[in-house]
Design a protein around this ligand. Structure first.
Ligand SMILES: NC(=O)c1ccc[n+]([C@@H]2O[C@H](COP(=O)([O-])OP(=O)(O)OC[C@H]3O[C@@H](n4cnc5c(N)ncnc54)[C@H](O)[C@@H]3O)[C@@H](O)[C@H]2O)c1
Length: 400
C-alpha cells in the first residue's frame, strides 16, 4: 500500500462528490464511481456534478488525484478503501430502503473477488440499525467469495453535514462516528479520517448496530430541540412581553441544556432531519415500543409549517400579496425538500394567495413544482416591492 491508502467513493451525489473532492484535496488518490454517465463525465472534467460551496475549487485543484468511472468493481480493484454514499430513500412506513446499497454491494463484491489483499468497505449512507451487518455484509461475502473480518473489513460511518457547508463540515467534524465490524477495520478508517480532517475530532468507535442507532438518534435529538424551541416561541408570542430569544438564551446557559439548535424559528426541513426523526419512530414501532416521542416532534413540526401559513394568510389584506424570501431549507443550498419557505409558498398558493418568491439558488427547484402559480423575483428588492406581507424564512446573510 502506498503512503496514503487509495480511496474510492461510490455515489457522487450531494455528499459523495464532496467527500471525493475532499480526499483528493488532501492528497489522496481517489476514484469516484457513479451509475450516472453524466456525473462521471463531469467529475472527469473536474466540474462539480452538484452545487456545493467550494466544490468547484477543490475539484479544479485536484489534478490527477481525482478521476471517475461507471465501473464500480474496477474502482474497488484500483483502491484500498471504499466509501459507499448512495441514496437510501425513505420508505412509506418511515424506514430507509437499502436497495441502492445492495446494488452497490454486489458490484463491490465482484471487485473484491478480483483483487488481492485487504480492502476496507465503509457504508456512509444513512441506514436503519442492522442494515450493515445483516443487509450489506452477506452480499459482499456472497459476491466476493471472501470473509468479512479476514479478507476485507467493514465499517459504518455516517456524516453529520448540512448542505451548503458539506465541505466545511466534512473537514471539521463535530466528532467522528465509526461503527466497526472488527478492530482492524475501525483502526484503518480512523487513521484515514485523521489524515483528512482539518481539526482533531473526538472519535466514537463502537460496533455496527450502535453506530447505526447513534446516527439517527443524533438527528432525532436535534429535531426535538428545534421543536422544543419553536414551542417556547409559540407560547411566548401569546404572553404580553414574551420574547423567545430571552428565554432560550437563558435556557442555553444551563450546561445540561446548552445553547445550540435552541432558537425559536421556522420548522426544520431538508433531506436528513425529518426522515431520520421518522426513522427513529419507525424503529421504535418495529421493536414493539412506542415511537411517540419522535412522532410528536414530527407532528409538531408539521403544525409549525401550517401555523406560519395561517398567520401569513391572516396578515394579507384583501386582494393583497405576499413575498416569501428563502425557499431552500438552508442558506447556500438549492434543496427545497421539506423546506419551510417552499412549503409556505405552496400552502399560500393553494389557499389562493398572490405569491412572489425569491431565493438566490432554489428558484429553479421551486419552478419545477409550482410552475407559474407563483411569481419569481430576480432580486430581494423586486420581491419586497411587490408585496403587502414579506416573510423571511432563511437566515441567508450573504446575498443581495
Ligand atoms: N445530502 C445530505 O445532506 C446528507 C447528509 C447526511 C447523510 N446523507 C446520506 O447520504 C446518502 C447519499 O445522499 P446524497 O444526498 O449524496 O444522495 P444523492 O442522491 O445526491 O446522490 C447519490 C448518488 O449515488 C449514485 N448511485 C445510486 N446508485 C448507485 C450505485 N449502485 N452505484 C454507484 N452510484 C450510485 C446516484 O447516481 C447519485 O449520484 C443518503 O443515505 C443520505 O441519507 C445525506
Amino acid at each position: 500500500m502506498a503512503d496514503k491508502p487509495r480511496v474510492s467513493v461510490i455515489g457522487l451525489g450531494k455528499l459523495g462528490a464532496c467527500i471525493a473532492a475532499c480526499f483528493a484535496h488532501k492528497g489522496f488518490s481517489v476514484v469516484g464511481a457513479d451509475v450516472s454517465a453524466k456525473t462521471v463525465d463531469m467529475v472527469n472534467q473536474h466540474q462539480p456534478p452538484v452545487f456545493e460551496p467550494q466544490l468547484g475549487e477543490l475539484m479544479a485543484g485536484s489534478g490527477d488525484r481525482l478521476r471517475a468511472t461507471q465501473d464500480v468493481a474496477q474502482a474497488i480493484v484500483d483502491t484500498d478503501a471504499t466509501l459507499i454514499v448512495v441514496p437510501t430513500p425513505s420508505t412509506e412506513e418511515g424506514g430507509f430502503s437499502i436497495d441502492y446499497v445492495i446494488e452497490a454491494a454486489r458490484s463491490i463484491g465482484r471487485g473484491l473477488k478480483a483483487k488481492d489483499g485487504y480492502h476496507l468497505v465503509v457504508l456512509t449512507s444513512t441506514v436503519l440499525p442492522g442494515s450493515t451487518e445483516y443487509g450489506m455484509i452477506p452480499v459482499l461475502e456472497r459476491e466476493s467469495g471472501k470473509r468479512c473480518g479476514q479478507d476485507f473489513g467493514v465499517c459504518y460511518s455516517p456524516e453529520f453535514i448540512a448542505l451548503g457547508q458539506v465541505i466545511k463540515d466534512f473537514l471539521n467534524p463535530e466528532f467522528l462516528l465509526i461503527g466497526e465490524q472488527d478492530e482492524r477495520a475501525g483502526e484503518m478508517l480512523a487513521s484515514i479520517y485523521l489524515a483528512v480532517c482539518d481539526n482533531q475530532p473526538k472519535i466514537a468507535r463502537m460496533n455496527l448496530v450502535n453506530s447505526e442507532l447513534t446516527k439517527i438518534s443524533v438527528n432525532a435529538y436535534v429535531t426535538m430541540r428545534i421543536s422544543f424551541a419553536n414551542m417556547v416561541a409559540s407560547l411566548s408570542e401569546q404572553l404580553p412581553g414574551g420574547d423567545v430569544d430571552t428565554v432560550t438564551g437563558a435556557l442555553g446557559l444551563d450546561t445540561r441544556i446548552g445553547s445550540r439548535y435552541l432558537k425559536g424559528a421556522v420548522a426544520f426541513g431538508g433531506p436528513c432531519f425529518p426522515r431520520d426523526n421518522q426513522a427513529l419512530a419507525y424503529l421504535a414501532r418495529q421493536l414493539g415500543q412506542t415511537g411517540a416521542l419522535a412522532e410528536a416532534v414530527h407532528a409538531y413540526n408539521a403544525s409549525s409549517n401550517q401555523k406560519l401559513a395561517d398567520r401569513v394568510l391572516e396578515a394579507i389584506p384583501k386582494g393583497g400579496s405576499v413575498s416569501v424570501l428563502g425557499l431552500s431549507y438552508k442558506p447556500d443550498s438549492n434543496v427545497i425538500e421539506e423546506a419551510p419557505g417552499f412549503l409556505l409558498a405552496k400552502k399560500l398558493v393553494e389557499s389562493g394567495a398572490t405569491v412572489t418568491v425569491h431565493d438566490p439558488m432554489a428558484m429553479d427547484a421551486v419552478r419545477r413544482v409550482l410552475g407559474d402559480r407563483v411569481k419569481y423575483a430576480a432580486t430581494v428588492d423586486e420581491a419586497m416591492a411587490a408585496a403587502d406581507v414579506i416573510v423571511i424564512t432563511n437566515p441567508d446573510r450573504n446575498r443581495p
